[in-house]
Design a protein around this ligand. Structure first.
Ligand SMILES: C[S@@+](CC[C@H](N)C(=O)[O-])C[C@H]1O[C@@H](n2cnc3c(N)ncnc32)[C@H](O)[C@@H]1O
Length: 358
């Protein structure tokens, strides 16, 4: 596949403030960071002050209140992270969906949405289970929780792109990494294409439990046809040899996973381990400061890399619309998913790298 080369861009450098930050880490994940919740060494946490050099004081105080509630065993709504949340942008509105009514188990807290997807000759309805937007003790102190907050725009775009290009998955083995609570892209590939095998993964146990509900519901409705679908927990830093897969993958899918600096090399190793020689990883993520380029730089020592900003006219037009009419909540650097293709070479020569402008 030959994506268009990246073109120069003059409007990607908007400054992100702590208040305006809408990166996944602005919610529960930031509370995990030692700079945000400082241990005093006696199992108590130190309340951030107005002088906190890392995050804005008002936001720090709000996070402290959420943490205090969670420590008391109370659940609290992540959307209360205002002013971050009131400016929150989570969807480009590319996929049609609505609350699901039929054939859905009634459960407290969770909601099901039906995604109406075009699979060529017919429309298919994929049921997707969404976890409540709560911050609990577990979500603050457990494994990275960013995939349980919402379906991030990069996952939405990855799913949309895969649906449009579903024929490329015919007869192939696909694995999604870090798919979050829905692994929407992997599920869309399994439902819309003639892939032989789709493995959807995340390192967060709650995400994977939720994905198993989604797989079961859609399997019962025979949405996946002959495609085998499995949901498994996979942490990129774990011993990959214990991740049993009889055959390597033709495609890896990955959305919005480049932000975690400490995990970048592990993610690259994992992609390299799982791909067949000649296989490709489709990675979507916002540029988000320099995180996209930092990952690209590391990846270029292992893969043949290319980057595309205008990979789809509909997505690009939607982006222009948002930039024009919703600039109060939409920030290209934080929200527009750029596409990165990583190809595992058959031999290790001939690497190429295209970088985004700073
Ligand atoms: C920002 S979320 C993106 C989720 C989903 N792809 C989306 O865009 O909606 C990042 C995901 O990476 C997963 N993740 C972070 N570090 C990981 C690691 N070391 N191993 C496996 N998954 C990890 C998190 O659990 C989370 O689901």
């Amino acid at each position: 596949m030959e994506p268009a080369r990246i073109r120069s861009d003059t409007d990607s450098g908007k400054e992100e403030t702590a208040i305006g930050s809408q990166v996944p880490s602005a919610t529960a994940a930031q509370l995990q960071h030692p700079h945000h919740v400082q241990s005093t060494g006696d199992n108590k946490t130190k309340k951030p002050t107005e002088n906190d050099g890392i995050i804005n004081g008002a936001v720090a105080m709000q996070r402290w209140q959420i943490l205090a509630k969670a420590l008391n065993g109370k659940k609290t709504n992540a959307l209360n992270l205002s002013p971050v949340s009131t400016r929150r942008f989570t969807s480009l509105g590319l996929l049609k969906h609505q609350p699901a009514l039929d054939g859905i188990p009634i459960e407290a807290d969770v909601t099901w949405h039906e995604y109406i997807c075009n699979s060529g000759s017919k429309e298919i309805i994929i049921n997707i289970r969404l976890l409540p937007k709560e911050v609990s003790f577990d979500s603050i102190f457990g494994f990275n929780n960013t995939g349980n907050v919402c379906i991030w725009p990069s996952e939405e775009v990855l799913a949309y792109y895969c649906l449009k290009h579903r024929s490329m998955f015919s007869g192939k083995r696909i694995c999604e990494l870090g798919g979050g609570m829905t692994c929407l892209a992997g599920i869309c590939v399994a439902a819309s294409s003639s892939a032989t095998y789709v493995e959807i993964t995340d390192g967060n146990e709650n995400s994977i439990k939720n994905v198993r509900h989604i797989v079961k519901n859609n399997q019962k409705r025979n949405i996946f046809g002959d495609t085998e679908v499995y949901a498994r927990s996979l942490r990129w830093n774990n011993d990959l040899d214990s991740f049993k897969c009889p055959e390597k993958f033709d495609y890896i899918l990955c959305a919005d996973c480049l932000f975690f600096e400490e995990a970048r090399l592990d993610l690259i190793d994992t992609i390299n381990y799982l791909l067949k020689p000649g296989g490709e990883a489709l990675v979507f993520a916002p540029t988000r400061k320099n995180s996209f380029n930092e990952f690209l730089h590391l990846a270029s020592s292992v893969f043949l890399c290319s980057v595309a900003e205008r990979y789809d006219d509909d997505v690009w037009n939607r982006h222009l619309e948002l930039q024009c009419h919703n600039s109060n909540i939409y920030n290209k650097d934080l929200h527009y998913p750029v596409m990165m293709l990583l190809q595992k070479p058959d031999d290790s020569s001939n690497h190429q790298i295209d970088t985004l402008p700073n």
